[in-house]
Design a protein around this ligand. Structure first.
Ligand SMILES: *Cc1c(COP(=O)(O)O)cnc(C)c1O
Length: 396
């Protein structure tokens, strides 16, 4: 079956929720993808920061295939060793508290919202509120969606959950004013990903930490995109002046196996109790074995140093290109601002033609999230392809 037939089936049978690039991939290896015609692509999106070790990383493939032949699922009514080991590993490598597992990013934030509300009720708050910045993205289920101001404006999907408010991005003053006696938590992305790679300022992060401490609220970092090595440290918060009380993780945690986690520090570790939350699939042995293999590879100073170096090389190369107005981000999470008049969507489609997979999160912006194992030559090749494409758009 070729692309045309696949598209026909999609048109007929899938809900129209996605706009897809005109290619059907059949195979992946390292930083490369291959379509049905055998054409090779350099993947600088990595399944939206999911395949951080590259496609079909041998250690992950081995963990998944071995576990699939041994035991795929038993539910959370019983013990399984990989789940317990992964929880220890995540806690030890971050905030030191407890972990709740789930299957996606949005669910990790749902768990964090429950933790925050329960923690607030424990402090006698009857109507707890969660405060975020306007440009953030936290997911598509109703709790996470209600914490995603731009999407929660779509009346056709309302009503949304009560108990959420937002303030303008990086507005420390407005954040301080919004946090009060009813605040359960401040929920923020240390670097906004979906809106186009916008690092939250240190001033705003410090204001959030101080405001939470002043009223006893929890500071939650959504590290679903920034975590698991993406920014050059295992967690993005390590490169900020603040330490959150809760972090959420997903995307790269399973390198393609669906898994999410809500990880607490001591303050919030015991908020959820039996009956408060659960998931049938969560922390299954295949996903947790995959995640253990991922952490073995990513939690490595040499790899994390390479992420910082390759990120710097990528940004330096891009900033030399005519048509590039500037770059943003940290490590291998890079947003590229294009000169006015260059249509990013058309550029993205042209790059796909040329064999480079990128993402266009917003008009005028390219987002690059290459696998963390990307090498110098591949960085230079991607910069070259983007340069060639920009020339075709009249950049000079
Ligand atoms: C992708 C993402 C989510 C949602 O994750 P899903 O797995 O799609 O539910 C939430 N927050 C951030 C910051 C993300 O990048």
């Amino acid at each position: 079956m070729g692309l045309a037939e696949t598209r026909e089936l999609e048109e007929r049978y899938l809900m129209r929720t996605y706009k897809r690039g005109a290619v059907d991939f059949v195979r992946g290896e390292g930083v490369h993808l291959y379509d049905a015609d055998g054409k090779e692509y350099l993947d600088f999106l990595a399944g939206i920061s999911v395949c951080s070790l590259g496609h079909c990383h041998p250690a992950v493939v081995e963990a998944v295939t071995e576990q699939a032949g041994q035991l795929m699922h038993v539910s959370n009514l019983f013990y399984t060793e990989p789940m317990a080991k992964l929880a220890k590993r995540l806690s030890d490598s971050s905030l030191g508290g407890r972990v709740f597992f789930c299957n996606s990013g949005t669910e990790a934030n749902e768990a964090a919202i429950k933790v925050a509300r329960k923690h607030a009720h424990g402090r006698g708050i009857a109507a707890p509120e969660i405060v975020s910045f306007e440009g953030e993205f936290h997911g598509r289920t109703y709790g996470a969606l209600s914490a995603t101001p731009k999407l929660a404006r779509n009346e056709a999907l309302g009503p949304y959950l009560p108990g959420f408010r937002s303030v303008p991005d990086n507005d420390a003053e407005a954040l301080r004013a919004a946090v009060g006696p009813n605040t359960a938590a401040v929920l923020i992305e240390p670097i906004q990903g979906e809106s186009g790679v916008w690092p939250t300022t240190e001033e705003a992060l410090l204001a959030a930490r101080e405001a939470c401490d002043a009223v006893g609220a929890l500071l939650i970092f959504d590290e679903i995109q920034t975590g698991v090595g993406r920014t050059g440290s295992l967690w993005a918060y390590e490169q900020t002046p603040v330490r959150p009380d809760v972090i959420t993780s997903a995307k790269a945690l399973g390198n393609g196996m669906p898994i999410g986690a809500c990880i607490t520090g001591p303050a919030a570790a015991d908020a959820l109790q039996p009956g408060d939350h659960g998931s049938t699939f969560a922390a299954g042995p295949i996903a947790t074995r995959a995640a253990l293999a991922v952490l073995d590879a990513v939690d490595d100073p040499a790899l994390l140093r390479s992420v910082r170096e390759m990120g710097a090389r990528l940004r330096a190369g891009l900033e030399e290109l005519p048509g590039v107005a500037g770059t943003r981000g940290r490590g291998l999470m890079v947003g590229v601002a294009l000169d006015e008049g260059i249509d990013a969507a058309t550029l993205g489609a042209d790059l796909l033609e040329r064999g480079l997979v990128v993402n266009i999160p917003a008009p005028g912006t390219i987002r690059l999230l290459p696998p963390l194992v990307v090498e110098k030559g591949q960085i230079d090749r991607a910069v070259g392809l983007i340069g060639d494409s920009l020339l075709g758009f009249g950049a000079s």
